[in-house]
Design a binder for this molecule. Structure first.
Ligand SMILES: [Zn+2]
Ligand SMILES: [Zn+2]
Length: 83
């Protein structure tokens, strides 16, 4: 069994607030990968996604962005970082 070491390496202190990008779910948008804000649990889509809601969230809130390459929502191919 191969565990996703990327997920295990993250100290998750907040629970994701949604199963997908909150803003994309609201607007019916698409995302490539998801990022969970470690400060408030906001789920947003990464910079490879058309709408880049995670970046937008951090810009609006001053919450610290995740280190690049980390994704922490399981399912839907969230962990596809080449090793
Ligand atoms: Zn989004
Ligand atoms: Zn946040």
């Amino acid at each position: 069994m191969t565990a996703c070491e990327h997920i295990e390496s993250i100290d998750l202190e907040v629970r994701p607030s949604a199963d997908g990008c909150e803003d994309c779910l609201r607007t019916g948008g698409d995302w490539v990968h998801l990022r969970v804000c470690q400060q408030c649990g906001h789920v947003g889509c990464c910079d490879s996604s058309p709408n880049r809601h995670a970046t937008e969230h951090h810009r609006h809130t001053d919450h610290p962005p995740l280190p690049s390459g980390t994704t922490s929502v399981s399912g839907g191919g969230a962990c596809s970082r080449p090793s």
